[in-house]
Every structure is written in C-alpha cells, then in structure tokens.
Design a protein around this ligand. Sequence first.
Ligand SMILES: Cc1cc2nc3c(=O)[nH]c(=O)nc-3n(C[C@H](O)[C@H](O)[C@H](O)COP(=O)(O)OP(=O)(O)OC[C@H]3O[C@@H](n4cnc5c(N)ncnc54)[C@H](O)[C@@H]3O)c2cc1C
Length: 585
Amino acid sequence: MDHLDGLRVSRKTGQSAKMLLEILGDIWMISRNPYLQEDLLTNSDHLQSLLEMMNQRTGRIIARAEGNANVLQLVASATEAVKSFAASFPKTTALRDRIFQALLPVTSRDNIDFSGRGRVAHVTDATDWRIEYPFVVLTPDSEKEVALLVSACIRLGLTIIPRGGGTCYTGSGVPIYADTAIINMERLDRVGSVKEMAIPGVVEPVTVIDTEAGAITGQVAEAAKKAGFVFAVDPTSKNACTIGGNVAMNAGGKKAVLWGTTLDNLISWRMVTPDGEWLEVTRLNHNLGKIHDQPEAAFQVTRYYADGVSQKGEIEQLLIPSAEIRKPGLGKDVTNKFLGGLPGVQKEGCDGLITSARFLLHIEPKTTHTVCLEFFGADLVLAVGAIVEIKNYLDNHKLAGCAGLEHLDERYVKAIGYNTKAPRGERPKMVLLADIVGDDEEVVAQAAAEVVKLAADRAGEGFIAVTPEGRKRFWADRSRTAAIAAHTNAFKINEDIVIPLEKLAEYSAGVERINIEQSIQNKLAMAQEVATFIESSSFSDFFVQGYPSSQEGEAIVLLNGRWLTAFWKKYKNAGSPYSPHWTAP
Ligand SMILES: Cc1cc2nc3c(=O)[nH]c(=O)nc-3n(C[C@H](O)[C@H](O)[C@H](O)COP(=O)(O)OP(=O)(O)OC[C@H]3O[C@@H](n4cnc5c(N)ncnc54)[C@H](O)[C@@H]3O)c2cc1C
C-alpha cells in the first residue's frame, strides 16, 4: 500500500498506471468469463497474442520506470501474475484431459461438459450468488452411472455438487471451489407408473409412485393426477425443480398443511454415498400421514457395495423421536440438517446423491372449495389471528380439512398487482388462500362458510370458489409470487425460515420495522454526506465548465445547500421515528 501511495504522488503521465491496470483488468475479466477462457483455450494464437501484449506492457512500464524501485517491485508482481495466468491454460487443458481419461470409460463424451455455456448455467441457483464457475458439468444417463462418476471424481480430487433444477434458495448448489464437478441429474427423469403395493409394517397395500431423482416434480404430480391420485410434494417451483432437490431440501408447498413435506411422503429412496457406494433407506411402519403424528419414526438403512447389488454389512435401524425431526409447533425445522442421522433428507446434497425415490400417493378428496380472504384493516395482529383460528378450526374438524394455505402479505399483494375481489378501491393488507377439502359437498361448503365468518370477525372479507376454473383463478395469484420473486430482491429475504404461526404478526411487524429503520439510516447517511459536502464547498465547486456562471445558479446552489443542511440537522437531532423523542421534521 505504501508503494502504491508513493507511486501515486510521483505520477507524471499516468501511462504506466494505465498499462498496469490493463494487464490486471484483462486477467480479472478473463478469470470471470468462461466464454473468453474457452476462446483462449481453443485458439492458441489468441492466447499467444494476449500474453505478448501483456509482456510488452510490462516491458514498457520497466522502460519508463527510470529505476524507480517501487515501480520495479510492482512490475515484478504483475509479471508473476501474468506468468500464473499463462500457466493456468495448460493446467486446465491437462486437468480436462485427465477428466476425459477417467470418465470416458464410465460415461459418454456428450455427458462431460467443459463449455462456457455449461459452466455459466451452473454457476448459481435461485439465490443468484456467484463465487466460482464449476470446472465441469456431468450429466449421467443412468443411476448406475452416477455411482461410477462419483468414484471417478473422488479419485480425481474434484469437489462434487449434485444438481437438480437449480431452484434452491439456500445457495447450497453454488460452487465455492474452482475444481468443482456438478453432477446434473436432469437425464434421470424416468417416472414409473402408479401402483399398489405392500410396504413394511403397514397392513393394507398403499398406492405409490417410483421416480428417478432428475424427474421434474410437476411431471410426477401430473402422472399421479392422471391415475386419480395426489402427489403431496407441491412447491411453487414444481415446474422447474426435481425430486432429488425436493428430497435434499425436504421441500414443502401448499399441500404440506394436509400431507406434510417431502419426508412425510417418502416410502424409500436410493442414494450414492460420497465414496461411490450405495445406500437405501426405507421407512418402516409409515403412518400414511404426517411423520410427527407418530411418537417416533423408524427407518431401515441398507448399504451396498459399488455394484449396487451386493449388500455391505448388516441392515441398520434408525429410530428417531418425532420431536427431533420436527420441533413441536413448527411445520419444519430448517436449522436441523441432521434429522436424527437420517441420510439424504434435508441435507442439501452434502451426504450423497439421491438417484431415485418411492412416494406415497394420496386419494384426492371428493370436494374442494377454495377460500380467498382479504384483510384491509391496519391491525396486522387482528388479521394474522385469523390464520391461527382457521387452522385450529379445520384441524379439529372431523369431516373437512385444509389442503393448502397461503399467506400473501402487503408487499407481495402490491408486487403482483393483486386485483381486489371486494368492492373496494384499495388493495388488501393481507390475503389468505385456503383449499378446504372433504368427501361431503355440504360439509365442505359449511366449513368454507365458517372460515369466511371467522375472517369477517377479524375485519376480513371472504370469497369462495367452487368450480375448477374459479379455484384456479384464485390460486393464480399465488403462482405469480414465483415469477415476481426474481425481481423482488430489494425487499424479499431469500431465506427459508420457520416461525410458529401465532408469531407471524409479530414477525412481520419486526421485519417491517427493520426495513424502515434501515431505510431511514440510509437516507440520513446520504443526507449527512451531501450536507457535509455542501457546507464545505463554495459555489465554484459546483461550477460546470462550459456553463456560464450566473447569480441565479449561485442562489439555487446556496438555497439547496441550506435546505439540505437544515434537513440533516433536524433529522440528526430527531433520531429514529421509533425513538420516543421523535417529531416529524
Ligand atoms: C419460485 C420458487 C418457489 C419455491 N417454492 C418453494 C415452496 O413452495 N416450497 C419449498 O419447500 N421450496 C420452494 N422453493 C425452493 C426450491 O424450489 C426447493 O428447495 C426445491 O426442492 C429445490 O429443488 P431443485 O431440483 O431445484 O434443487 P437444486 O436447487 O438443484 O438443489 C438444491 C440442493 O439439493 C441438492 N440436490 C439436488 N439434487 C440432488 C440429488 N439428486 N441428490 C442429492 N442432493 C441433491 C443440491 O446439491 C442443492 O444442495 C422455491 C423456489 C423458487 C425459485
């Protein structure tokens, strides 16, 4: 740093600094751009002329240095950077060759992708965080190939990340090491037919569906629906995410209120362990409902050697107290990745690669009514209380239940341009959507009417959709939250969180408070900067060359300056609107 400061002071023309920045800028830009890397790796003359240009620049800087020790030291460092940049290309080519040699006996050439396009497509997930580009993207054709690829990657010393649809919000699919191999499961998309079968510890046969890990969740749901059943895993991202990702994240969705999350619906799953062997987990004594309704959940874990057939060691049994899987009062505990040692589920891909799974299917209730509740009052506590009341009412109902419940808060309602159903000229502060289901039309209709009444007691207005088209229209607002999510980073916390339902109002108010406080702090900091700048400036600082100075211009600057200074002082003394001494300036 001292060297740089010294150089800044002794700068004459700035030419050497410019050349140095060009060298470093090129290195940085190319290291962040797989397409440019691709070009330089495949066109040796392009690489050669780039390196020559960099070396010429360092030579010219030395020639202009007049023996200045600081300059020479800087050039020595830049020369080292150019050398290691140049060396990275043959290194990359050598590693690519090694990878080809190791993987070609295991998979086809088309399944090994070093291209700029492939690497760019796998640099991030729904978080949009970017750290390193993966070195290679592998797309196995079969479950068997997954195990062989995992073993080969481990022998090559590569870091492995399994990849489904890339819709996850935790960043767990984002490469943080440059030597990462992404194993994209998209070609493992086989969905079996719906069938009845006996499962361990359950007396009656149940209806199940088998699916490979790369199958798109929505397609599995479609297959189940065609056969007259419901696939309970129903995240809003279902048309883009995969079964492997659902298991790894223990995904939920609107149907989770009735049938639980992915884990509650799994009968068994197969996965490749990080050492390239196999593991199969089977749920025992499935209660055909939510897992936490049993005091403890039992699983059987069978290990296999790399061939996937020869059993390795004894079968293990895992008995996990339900409270360890799901904290009482919470639908899902997102902080608990261990889940009592259960492999694969909620692990975000770090303990193995799920290759296929078997799921329990449910019988579609005969009748569904969708209720849309709009709340207009400013009192969030009053409105949020309705969610708890409705849930309690339906939980205790013997013949009707809640098969989907979604809460849209004020910011979302605004973001999706929600069309108010009530005859009012304003948008609601909160919208609740609920699917109320049962086998008796009259009972469901009564339950839906009761839910609307519960909302009315809390200043809400309710609407009921009975036809499939009407229900679809109600839920369309909820799917639009998925599309809008990509554009809402400014106010959306992209984190999975779980809070007890009764704390929702407190939580929403708390987040809003943080929003307001941060926003005020930002504005105050900006106002302070501008005020300080204006206080310490004279009119000549604002004079723009080419524009004639005028009394009028001077007056405007002075006026603005005084106004900003006064504004800042008033705010500074007033403090936060949450402070007891705050008065609006
Ligand atoms: C618009 C939108 C709406 C969403 N709505 C919901 C929702 O309603 N409910 C909900 O729960 N989530 C939701 N999500 C989050 C996300 O869709 C789910 O977590 C989903 O399960 C991720 O699946 P994926 O195939 O996209 O996984 P990816 O994003 O590809 O991967 C997620 C993690 O799983 C690992 N992984 C992927 N495949 C495998 C495999 N075969 N074996 C082992 N590990 C694997 C990855 O390494 C990564 O760590 C939403 C996301 C978006 C963008």
